[in-house]
Design a protein around this ligand. Structure first.
Ligand code: RUQ
Ligand code: CUA
Length: 684
């Protein structure tokens, strides 16, 4: 009996393996059509003869205990050497302060982009002037910050579609926003929010990326003044900030940016309207109870105090009107930053509330802009609001008012549908098949449900109904669908960004990685399996966005020798081959150095203790991937100089001695010889 069963499963597995291998070869060939290297196209062709392979594959599958589902999953994700991924995911690195760049469906981590935290591989924050200036831009007053809590990356958009040019991300801990240029995947700017120490509802871009939105979180006095918590209602406030993005310059223009003062509810996630709702901004909030905590004094703890009300408030903001009001100067000054006062926002009719159940978290606008999905963490439903109904209610003008006088649209006037999806709904994404997906933190699972309206025709099921759920491991926060926040999502893949990994990987001690799980959502109906687990050994990642890889067009090497990535032009201190020199002017020493396989020129640098040293290096290489590193011991200097890049660092020669500088990238067979001596003669 046992034997029979074994034989049967063997036959089933071997049949599936043969079919899937044939499929896999088809897949590999079609991947190659989409930009895979020609070598791998050859290797795919040469392995087209599957006789014998199937037996080996079956034996391997058996030895490893793989089920047919496992094999299917492997074939959907395995990406041969040299073949590129179809999608690129930009994922937050949480309180690691960085951004992860991950290929999909292979789930290979391709890069980490240093954003808020110094990072040695990229030479970010270890002397290179441009990077030091970027990091300094994010300092708060006298405090030099060396980390951030990245939450929500946002790709730049043109007409509501990702355009692959820029990436923005917020730092929840310190209320900052970063600008990353996708020409070289480097952080170009950090801006500190002048009115709030923290944030959360950002970054989100409007459909043409003219504005980058940053919503607040924990209510506090604007400009982080002191005020007693007893005066919470009067002196504490919330906010949303509109950062003006100058695409030409590739920078946020802080001079034309502004904020809106909001009641001291805890603003949570935001989303920008698109198509039908273009010109509007939506932000959730919780703790409309205005609980102030103090459990140690016998007050209800925050988690209870902030969860008493059945409803909190969705903030509905007329973006165009807000821009007009700010441009007309109807603002107050907070730390030199223009802020539209709450009363002005009310008087000008640019701020409305809609009740939303219950301790909401995510708000996500549908691809056509006609609906918004709100999930309350403590309500098993998602609530779908109709933008048209919201507009009708505003036009009808029958409001109630909150304690601060903000007009409230009745829930029933705005809601289109509610779908019971399960426990702890957090975030929603959309696909190309008329489905929405909501993460269920408590179950934990990813749910799929149907949209109504114009999406009806795309799916066979009834509108606004739960279709299926896939359990995930474990405790999912955000989910991200390929091209998911655009006006035309691709669907196909969904990544479940799980906060807990527990037993999914080898035990590596009490601190465990996060677990990104890839779900195949290409098939309509009830089948959307998990096909890959990727551990993320960094801070807790929150959100991610996934772009079609062919929309990205980064440089292979910098456009010209001597390129300064921070000015986007040839640096005045470019050093061409043959122009290397050391100049001394009193105790100012200036060095012009080149780097090329496999030497630095000059190889001797003589300095006197007490000198101030300014050192320029140009990597004069034009070859793809010919990066040189440069490090000096003791002085904490560590640079990454990519092909064509020019960089500068400065230091005071306080310590005498002999210091070997060397290249930290194994760039050639004679890389170990890519070194030199900096000799600092002691002062008398
Ligand atoms: S928030 S899941 Cu910024 Cu949902 Cu983290
Ligand atoms: Cu350059 Cu090693």
């Amino acid at each position: 009996m046992k034997l029979q069963k074994n034989n049967m499963s063997k036959t089933v597995i071997s049949g599936i393996v043969v079919i899937l291998l044939i499929l896999a070869i088809g897949l590999m060939v079609s991947c190659n059509d989409n930009g895979g290297s020609s070598e791998s196209a050859d290797s795919a062709d040469s392995s087209a003869d599957t006789s014998g392979v199937s037996n080996d594959a079956m034996a391997i599958a058996e030895a490893r205990g793989l089920t047919p589902d496992d094999i299917t999953a492997a074939l959907k994700t395995f990406t041969p050497s040299g073949v590129h991924d179809e999608y690129i995911m930009f994922a937050s690195g949480g309180h690691g302060g960085q951004v992860y760049v991950i290929g999909m469906p292979s789930m290979r981590i391709i890069k980490q982009i240093a954003v808020f935290t110094p990072e040695p591989w990229q030479g970010y924050g270890y002397g290179a002037e441009g990077t030091m200036e970027v990091l300094a831009g994010g300092n708060v007053g006298d405090s030099d910050l060396t980390w951030g809590d990245t939450h929500h990356p946002a790709l730049s958009e043109t007409d509501g579609d990702y355009d692959g040019e820029f990436l923005f991300i917020n730092d929840k801990a310190n209320g900052r926003v970063a600008v990353i240029d996708l020409k070289d995947f480097e952080t170009k700017q950090l801006v500190k929010n002048p009115i709030a120490l923290g944030d959360h509802g950002g970054t989100f871009v409007v459909p043409d990326t003219e504005w980058v939105i940053e919503g607040g979180q924990y209510g506090a006095p604007l400009g982080w003044e002191y005020a007693s918590i007893d005066d919470y209602n009067e002196d504490y406030r919330g906010m949303v900030t509109f950062w003006k993005f100058d695409r030409e310059a590739g920078r946020i223009d802080t001079d034309t940016s502004f904020a809106i003062e909001l009641p001291p509810y805890w603003q949570d996630l935001c989303d920008a309207g698109k198509l039908a709702s273009e010109g509007w901004i939506f932000c959730n909030s919780f703790n409309t109870e205005r609980a102030t905590g103090g459990v140690e004094d016998g007050n209800p703890p925050f988690e209870a105090g902030a969860s008493q009300n059945d409803m909190d408030f969705l903030h509905v903001i007329d973006k165009e009107k807000a821009i007009e009001v700010a441009a007309a100067g109807k603002t107050m000054d907070v730390q030199g930053f223009p802020v539209i006062p709450l009363q002005t926002a009310i008087d000008e009719g640019l701020l409305y509330f809609i009740p939303e159940p219950k301790s909401p978290h995510g708000v996500d606008v549908t691809p056509d802009g006609k609906f918004l999905t709100i999930s309350g963490k403590l309500d098993p439903h998602v609530s779908i609001y109709s933008f048209q109904k919201i507009q009708d209610a505003i036009a009808a003008g029958s409001f109630e008012y909150d304690d601060y006088g903000v007009p409230i649209i009745a829930f029933d006037d705005a809601v289109e549908a509610q779908v019971e999806v399960g426990l702890g709904p957090l975030h929603t994404q959309y696909d190309d098949k008329g489905y929405a997906y909501t993460s269920l933190f408590l179950e934990p699972a990813v749910s799929r449900w149907t949209l109504g309206g114009d999406f009806s025709d795309l799916h066979e099921e009834e509108d606004w109904t739960l279709v299926t759920k896939t359990p995930v491991q474990y405790n999912v926060g955000h989910i991200a669908v390929a091209e998911g926040d655009t006006v035309s999502p691709d669907g196909k893949y969904l990544v479940s960004m799980n906060k807990w990994a527990i037993d999914r990987f080898n035990n590596v001690g009490p601190l465990l990685p996060q677990n990104f799980q890839l779900l195949d959502i290409s098939e309509a109906g009830t089948n959307m399996p998990v096909i890959y687990d990727l551990p993320i050994p960094d801070g807790e990642p929150h959100y991610a966005q996934i772009i079609k890889a062919d929309k990205l067009d980064p440089w292979e090497v910098y456009p010209e020798i001597g390129w300064n990535p921070h000015t986007n032009s040839v640096d005045p201190n470019v050093v061409q081959l043959g122009e290397e020199r050391v100049e001394r002017n009193g105790n100012e020493v200036e060095i012009w150095m080149t780097a090329v396989r496999s030497h630095f020129t000059p190889e001797h640098v003589n300095i006197k203790q007490g000198d101030h040293v300014t050192w320029h290096i140009t990597n004069v290489e034009r070859a793809y991937d010919a990066t040189h590193g440069f490090s000096i011991p003791y002085y904490n200097i560590n640079l990454s100089i990519e092909p064509g890049e020019a960089t500068t660092f400065e230091f005071d020669a306080t310590e005498d001695g002999v210091f070997s500088y060397y290249c930290t990238e194994f760039c050639s067979a004679l890389h170990l010889e890519m070194t030199g001596y900096m000799m600092i003669e002691p002062s008398e």
